[in-house]
Design a protein around this ligand. Sequence first.
Ligand code: C2E
Ligand code: MG
Ligand code: MG
Length: 602
Amino acid sequence: MAVTRDALWLAMIALAVLSTFGLRGLSRRRTQQRMVSERSLSALLDDVGAYVYIKDLDLRYRYVNRKVVEWFGRPVDSILGLRDQDFFDSATAEHLRSTDERVLQQGQRITVEEQNRQQAGQLPRTFLSVKQPLRDQQGRIHGLCGISTDITDLKLSEQKIRHLAVHDSLTGLPNRTLLLDRIHQAFQHFGRSRSDGALLFIDLDHFKLLNDTMGHAKGDLLLKQVAARLGRCLRQDDTLARLGGDEFVLLAENLGRDFADVTVGVKVLAERLRHELCAEPMELDGEQYFASASIGVALMSYVSGGTSASPADELLKRADMAMYEAKAAGRNQVKCFDPSMQRALHRRAELEFLIQEGLRLGQFQLAYQPVVDENGGVLGAEALARWPHPEKGAIAPGEFIAAAETSGQILALGAWILRAACAQLAAWGRSVDTRELTLSVNISARQVHQYDFVEQVAEVLRQSGADPRRLELELTESVFAHDFEIVSEKMRSLQRIGVRFSLDDFGTGYSSLTYLKRLPFHQIKIDQSFVRDLLHDENDAAIIRAVLILGESLGLEVVAEGVETAAHFQALRHLGGRRFQGYLFGRPGRAEEVRRTAVPVP
Ligand code: C2E
Ligand code: MG
Ligand code: MG
């Protein structure tokens, strides 16, 4: 392909020698010595790997080396004396003629890139050509010599590299770099036309879970199919990009000038994308998978005119925020950016930082709330995370657990909680007064879905010396949204070493009987919302009764949560309740208080 720089220089020198001594007056001044040097120079030029030629003032070929002969595919005799228009298509010939004339007129060497095509319709080949005027002994220009290197392959790989640098290799879509560039251009266009544009941030739901459980190959397949489906919804002015992972972004331009119209239009577009993904299952190598995505939308008109240094980054950030809102609202939804999201996001980011620090500095604690029988006798306790922050005061578990769940910090926090709880359980096991107590620990879905969840629990139990039969893990129904079989297998593994399971917040989710029948639960906890209104709401009373009967028939313990008053307690007992938890018997507090908190039964 390309010849080295040395070879080019050698050829240049050889050409200069040839043009000074040879070719034109070859026969007259021929000597033995010159014959040798001309032959070897000619041979040298044939081997040089570049296209070497000499043209006269008429731009007729006077010398061509072997490469040129091969490329033109004619014997050398039928090349010499002809011009470029005899070999190339008209556009190429015209271009060659004009550069050649420049060399002859200006009398200077030039370097040009040429796209040469022998026939119209052919793919052109790209050459890097050095052209130099030839002078006789009086210094008059009598022609030119050229050396052209075929750089077609080089150009192609350069193009490929450039393409790869701004495209995602899996889906072929533009990547973040190209997207940011397009957004930048879109803002410039918007500045002139005032026709609004929007950014749609599309994040697949539960993609990590799919990747972890079905493998990366299937994950890749899904991403490709998602790219294809989203691609179906594009208009001419739209750019679809993949930012990495399961994040796709659609830049839609030229949506119009009327704010209300644009807002409606972009929502319709976002809903169409959302629907396109979830309407039909994806086919992943023979397996069906129902995908969905959370979509956040931000309009360009919101960002421009602001003080942001980089409107492209700002727009992306806002669409991302809106996407997070869509996730938080339960996934598979579309949300549009509004300024309150920014405040919430700041708070979230701050909280994530504080959690990190809290874990490092050991700021988290566990509080223990007793669970009692129908006589108020303490059976055990539920461990509840507490965070008395030294500067911010107590931060509610509802807040920090949710933040830790979205950020993934729940894995570290949950591991700490489990260790602390098991240490307490082991301590109770060493005293006669407390060794019968059970301890319930809340476990988040993300913890259970870790591939080594079973080993982690077993290891904590082993290290702490706690009795597995006294440990209860409280799960909520969200755990079973995916990978039912895998979760079920994990539960059975832990059940075999004695650990028991409790279904928390029963009544607030799907409350599917399937879970209860097919999974090894030994306990249900009736959500406190039913207990709260038990005395006034007949429906709640009916539900509680039904759950108690259900528990009885399936052989499950039923705990009523949120028992605050003696009236609740009595009503629950009347309905058949036998296990209770609530402020009436004790607020979450220190472990030492657990066995002393039982209230006399009213
Ligand atoms: P949960 O597991 O249903 O916990 C029961 C919640 O009810 C606790 O709130 C408890 O303090 C509260 N409670 C107990 N008795 C009464 C009562 O008589 N009246 C009223 N109104 N409330 C009562 P808390 O501690 O704020 O926890 C809220 C939720 O946060 C928990 O609900 C649980 O889902 C989560 N959580 C708490 N600690 C942990 C933990 O260590 N790990 C995980 N993954 N989640 C936790
Ligand atoms: Mg609980
Ligand atoms: Mg609960």
